[in-house]
Structure formats: structure tokens, C-alpha cells
Design a protein around this ligand. Structure first.
Ligand SMILES: [Zn+2]
Length: 377
């Protein structure tokens, strides 16, 4: 057995822990760029609360609220420019996966020369970035526990991950209490994103005993609690704690093991049509598992069992059942993808996601991948 493990994030987990934002941020700087979305953190009052918490510890905040779903490279460039204009020495991300991903890339580009694409495609690398404090407001992406930032290039729709140890959070404040205000459909899609991370890490060719431990436990937490988390009218904080923990562990698992084919095929879809990541995964995962289970029957059987199935053979059906229970049984067609988009997505998957394609337990030809897209329409 051989593996390498390095996860230099101080994770502060628990209900009410967001109150430590000021204290934690003050360790790293005096002027924070607060990266957030256009409205949700403002509406929920979290943005005002964050500014106050920072001020109390003597940290000034400059607000950058331009980040959208499937964050764009142009937004990252603008954020990095503002971080410099405002002389920020620390970056605080307040939001879901898109916000954290954008904040990570902003922290990198604020102190490095060149184009962010060069860092995404490995032509340039750097071990420096502004210190990052991550405060997730959705549980799903797991970005708080890894060094990935997934960005979409507004010039050509390429959606690809930037990976460098420089963009691990210094601190991730994971507070289940600030995540419960999500609408039902958002809850379902972020939870399925987390489930996909756990399932893909569990079958990944790069899996290690540590990613296995995270992935399989994460899958159990998610499988056991997702229905209640999505469907219960009354918020049950114990359920949310488990979902939040599962989602964080799943994010840490892909940090070690990478993702596999579902993420490889989803990125072209959401890069092209700006669809919701978790919904794209929901549309694609069953057909991929159906075509893959024989390559790793033991793992697919374990996943199926956690979702109430009997064997690897019915793993895809178990996933479909799970998606129905959380109201997320969708097709690519429902999400606005047409058959005429398939050829572009096949080519694009091999361009932007070759690492995750190669990481899948089964090897597929372009023609077979085309069939998976068609089946998912
Ligand atoms: Zn994901």
C-alpha cells in the first residue's frame, strides 16, 4: 500500500461557528475581499453579519458580489483586479460552490502574473495566493475541503478545474445552521453533487484507503439523510449536520482521488448551457453507472446497498430511486440540452476532462460516450 496525503485546511465545524469568522480572518489580514453572489447572502442577512464580525476584529471588508452560477474566468479576472485596487490581504468566500471556486481563483490571480487559463492547463504554476477563508452556505460542492476551483471560460464555454495546493482554504468555517435556507430544489441538487463526489471517489482509479474511508462514510451519511433534508417541512438540524459532514467528506475524498466519468461528462453540459451542476449529474449518472458497474462490481454493489439496492447490477436503478425520492429525476433534455449538442459535448469532454475520463474504472470510446449522452437526453 502506498499513498500521499496532505490536506492543510483548518476545518472549524459546527452550528454557530460562523461567529468565529472575524477572529479567524484577523489571523491572516487586515483588509478582506468578501467574495459573494449578487443577492442570496445579502437577503439572508449573512453578508451584513460577516462585515460586522470582521469589523469587530479590526478587519475591513471590500465586497465583490459579481459571482454567478458556473463562475466565469472574466469574473475571476475582475475580482483579482479589485483585490489589488482595494489592497486586500485576505479573501473571504461567502456562498456556495461557485462562490468558493471563484474566490479561490481570485486569491491566486491577485498575486500571480499571467492568464488564469495558463494555471488551469498547467502551463504555469505557483505556490502563492492570498490567504483564503471559506464559509460555505450550501452543502454539496465540498470545495471547503479541497484545492479545486472549477471555472468556465466565457470565450469558448470550456468548463475546467484549476488545481493547485496554493488555493486550499487556510480556514473553512462549516456551519450547518447557515445552510438550511436553501430552496428544496437547490437542496436536492447540491446533495446529489455531494453523492456524486462520494460515488466517483469510491470507484476512482486513484482511490486510496483515506479517500475510501471518506467516500464510503460520506455516501452513508448522504443516503441516510438526504430524503429528510430535502423533504421535511420542519428543519432538523441533526439531519443537516450529517448532510453537511457528508458533503465535506465527499469533497475531501475527491481532493485525494479525483472525480470520474459523471463529472467529466457533466462539465461540458453545464459549460455549454449554464445548467445547475447537481442537476446535470443527476441526468447523467444513471446511464454511466448502467454502462460501468461490471468494471467494479464490489464498489457498485456497496453503493447500491447504501441506497437500498441489492447488488451492483441494480446500482443504476438504486440511484434513479434515490433521485426520485429527492425530486431530482431529470433528463438532459429537461435541462435544455438537445441532441444537436451531443457532438460538441463529446469532443469537449475529451478536451477539458481527460483526467477524470481516464480515472473512471471503465474505459469508453468516443462513440460509447456519445451513447451515454444520448441515453441521458
Ligand atoms: Zn461536483
Amino acid at each position: 500500500m502506498e499513498f500521499n496525503y496532505n490536506l492543510p485546511v483548518n476545518i472549524v465545524f459546527g452550528r454557530g461557528k460562523v461567529n468565529e469568522l472575524g477572529k479567524e480572518t484577523a489571523k491572516y489580514g487586515k483588509k478582506a475581499l468578501i467574495v459573494t453572489g449578487r443577492s442570496s447572502s445579502r437577503k439572508s442577512g449573512l453578508l451584513d453579519r460577516a462585515v460586522e464580525l470582521l469589523a469587530k476584529e479590526g478587519v475591513d471588508g471590500a465586497i465583490f458580489n459579481e459571482v454567478t452560477r458556473n463562475p466565469l474566468i472574466s469574473t475571476v479576472e475582475e475580482g483579482a483586479r479589485i483585490a489589488n485596487v482595494e489592497n486586500c490581504d485576505v479573501v473571504v468566500a461567502l456562498g456556495g460552490g461557485s462562490i468558493m471556486d471563484a474566490a479561490k481563483a481570485i486569491a491566486l490571480m491577485a498575486v500571480n502574473e499571467g492568464d488564469v487559463r495558463e494555471y488551469m492547463y498547467g502551463q504555469k504554476s505557483s505556490d502563492k495566493a492570498l490567504p483564503l477563508i471559506l464559509v460555505p452556505t450550501t452543502s454539496g460542492t465540498g470545495s471547503e475541503g479541497n484545492c479545486y476551483s472549477v471555472l468556465t471560460d466565457d470565450k469558448n464555454n470550456d468548463k475546467k478545474s484549476l488545481r493547485t495546493p496554493a488555493i486550499y482554504g487556510k480556514v473553512s468555517i462549516v456551519d450547518p445552521e447557515i445552510m438550511v435556507t436553501m430552496p428544496k430544489r437547490v437542496k436536492a441538487s447540491v446533495i446529489f453533487d455531494a453523492a456524486a463526489h462520494a460515488m466517483e471517489a469510491a470507484v476512482s482509479k486513484k482511490r486510496t484507503p483515506l479517500s475510501d474511508a471518506y467516500a464510503l462514510y460520506a455516501m452513508k451519511l448522504i443516503a441516510d439523510n438526504a430524503e429528510n433534508a430535502v423533504n421535511d417541512e420542519e428543519i432538523n438540524y441533526e439531519v443537516w449536520e450529517k448532510i453537511t459532514l457528508g458533503s465535506m467528506l465527499a469533497g475531501m475524498a475527491i481532493g485525494c482521488s479525483s472525480c470520474a466519468l459523471p463529472h467529466a461528462l457533466e462539465h461540458p453540459a453545464s459549460g455549454l448551457k449554464n445548467i445547475v451542476h447537481g442537476e446535470g449529474l443527476a441526468a447523467l449518472t444513471p446511464a454511466i453507472v448502467e454502462a460501468s458497474w461490471e468494471s467494479d462490481p464490489e464498489r457498485y454493489a456497496a453503493i447500491s446497498a447504501l441506497l437500498g439496492g441489492n447488488s451492483a447490477l441494480d446500482c443504476a436503478d438504486s440511484i434513479i430511486g434515490f433521485l426520485k425520492r429527492i425530486g431530482l429525476d431529470v433528463t438532459l433534455n429537461d435541462l435544455g440540452i438537445e441532441e444537436s449538442d451531443v457532438d460538441w459535448m463529446v469532443e469537449n469532454a475529451f478536451k477539458v476532462s481527460i483526467g477524470n475520463i481516464n480515472n473512471h474504472p471503465k474505459e469508453f470510446s468516443k462513440e460509447e460516450i456519445r451513447e451515454i449522452y444520448i441515453k441521458s437526453l
